[in-house]
Design a protein around this ligand. Structure first.
Ligand code: SF4
Length: 294
């Protein structure tokens, strides 16, 4: 059985940088508390816990003398001001690409645009961007979710009160969602909207992984996707491979691999989400080799 690796996979630069910052601080002797998971990957979270880096739900859980770390997903300005007020030292590991989206949201809101964010309103990155996007901003993965978001805030439509709109995307959105969302929005907005500015803020690292996974799926008899179950990006990769009609197995750890999945398979592909560490991929490849040569 031949094992084929995707051309692009695993940790992105933003996640790598955030983990390095946390580990360096821990080595300096800081007691680091991350505001949410640094990555949606249980192995990485366990590895960080082993050196004393723990995940907390918010600043209220950061103890005296401890350092709070803003993850690669970023945080709303209110988090930074609250930390200042409480005297909590803050380490900012916001990915520079997420920072760019936050900056765009702020500039557009200040220029009078209604800011619409295509992304999961419950995700840390989107919650952070919303903090920069002004009170009339709305977020949702689909147009319907965007409308629900606006209704919950007492507005008839996400664009109510605006003649100009700016559209931004959660960096881990799929390219395909970007196109569908813009097309649906164009159909839905009334003629009173005189200007629509669309920024494709989907991260290139994420965008490249999807076609790489598709090419892989077309070239093999089965695909193993390695990554945390909470990782949206890992889930998207699995959906992309499965859509090619190839048996696709999503796993977090090498131990989950089952030999019967690969009976009669000549070529098995391996890919991994942006939150998956290299060690996890190496362990999967080693276990696949052991399955291939029992
Ligand atoms: S996926 Fe892209 S935007 Fe998100 S942390 Fe990684 S590099 Fe940054």
């Amino acid at each position: 059985m031949e094992i084929v690796l995707a051309e692009e996979m695993g940790f992105c630069q933003g996640v790598r940088r955030a983990i390095d910052m946390a580990e360096q601080a821990a080595r300096r002797g800081d007691v680091v508390r991350t505001l949410g998971e640094l990555v949606h990957n249980p192995q990485v979270v366990e590895r960080l816990e082993a050196v004393g880096i723990r995940v907390v739900g918010g600043l209220e859980e950061v103890g005296p003398g401890e350092v709070a770390l803003v993850t690669a997903h970023g945080a709303a300005p209110a988090v930074f001001s609250e930390a200042r007020k409480k005297g909590i030292p803050l380490l900012d590991a916001t990915c520079p690409l997420v920072e760019r989206v936050q900056r765009l949201a702020q500039e557009m809101a200040q220029a009078g645009y209604g800011v619409l964010i295509c992304g999961d309103p419950e995700h840390a990155e989107v919650r952070g961007i919303l903090g920069y996007a002004g009170k009339s901003a709305a977020a949702g993965r689909t147009l319907e979710e965007l409308r629900e978001f606006a209704r919950r805030q007492g507005r008839e439509e996400p664009w109510t009160g605006h003649h100009r709109l700016a559209v931004l995307f959660q960096t881990t959105q799929r390219e395909q969602v970007y196109r569908t969302f813009v097309a649906e929005l164009m159909q839905a907005i009334p003629p009173s909207i005189r200007e629509l500015r669309v920024w494709n803020t989907v991260c290139a690292a994420v965008a490249r992984r999807e076609p790489a996974a598709r090419r892989l799926a077309r070239a093999v008899d089965a695909v193993v996707v390695v990554g945390g179950r909470q990782s949206a990006n890992t889930r998207h990769l699995a959906e992309t491979c499965a859509a090619e009609g190839v048996p696709t197995y999503s796993i977090e750890r090498a131990e989950e691999l089952r030999p019967e999945w690969f009976l009669g398979k000549q070529r098995v592909g391996v890919t991994a989400g942006t939150s998956t560490p290299d060690e996890a991929v190496i362990q999967v490849v080693e276990r696949l080799r052991a399955i291939a040569i029992p």
